[in-house]
Design a protein around this ligand. Sequence first.
Ligand SMILES: [Cu+2]
Length: 405
Amino acid sequence: MGVYLLPSPPSLAVVFISFVTLSVHPEPALAITRHYKFDVVLQNVTRLCKTRSKVTVNGKFPGPRIVAREGDHLLIKVVNHVQNNISIHWHGIRQLRSGWADGTAYITQCPIRTGQSYVYNYTIVGQRGTLWWHAHISWLRATLYGPLIILPKLGTPYPFPKPHREVPLIFGEWFNADPEAIINQAMQTGGGPNVSDAYTINGFPGPLYNCLAKKNTFMLKVKAGETYLLRMINAALNEELFFSIAKHTLTVVEVDAVYVKPFDTETLLIAPGQTTNVLLKTKPRHPNAKFFMSARPYVTGQGTFDNSTVAGILEYEVARKTIQSSHSHKKLPIYKPNLPPINDTSFVTNFTSKLRSLASAEFPANVPLKVESHFFFTVGLGTNPCSKNKTCQGSEWNKVCSFSQ
Ligand SMILES: [Cu+2]
């Protein structure tokens, strides 16, 4: 059972360091340098009642979170203790004048080899919100991922009510098999890769899968009458996901580390790689019920995919004085949300059309209003003919070889 809460910012250490910086320089320079160390190691992880050795950062699944402020400088030392080549990508960071720290293997850097290390060195410029980090080589991102949280500059409030607590919610996929073996097989046959065995929330598949172990479900404990900021990240490998919390409304306030015009929704859609911050206002009084927080894929194409539902549980804390009362142990009912049908494109179109810039004085929408050039985009899927005497599994028995745009 995982309870996963962010400490309320700012931490004392940050305040202290910033104060020292402030008193040395005549100009207020509130940014600081933050150091992290990522040891990439194998770790036994038990999910779906099965224990598997997985590639992790610091033995954690999902990996540790990075918390920084806008303007801060990050120094992250990644040490590779496993047999795979590794690189870590800082998803969504603009990397202004630090492209070599982007972490895309064979594009901006050679991967880190076994026994070697690399220090990612970059400054967060003009960005604040929820991003994430993940391995950027082969399918190692199946288990190597974690939140990258950028708080506003010290003393700068959010453009929405200050939440009581902040909670990262990361969606992922769990494979009982070794994800590297799955993608290697797909590369050889030219077919689609085998699908995952479960989706996860903060690494946990939840009670709808065939494993009733208590440690299989993410629990979020909340107080009545408070506002929570859920920092949602879709770290699933390929699937877009619908998400909803039974009998609760979510207010979308930020997408991909950009503030948006707040809007209320019962359900949201989050694409792989995307992040979405929502405010969750809890019920004014203890509801004597628990609530599923569920996600399942939105799919319209052909091909196989994991058609299952992950659920975490939203649970209200009981006030101290009622804990000893006789009915505190009674079984509470659990409500489940109604998610849209798997191919509900009209829901998706309606939802995405609600995403609008905040367009405030502080965060204006300075976009070009005059169209000067028109572009024609095409999207295609390439196939190679299957070589003689070989069996291929791509469309029309060819090998799927590329995706082009
Ligand atoms: Cu990415």
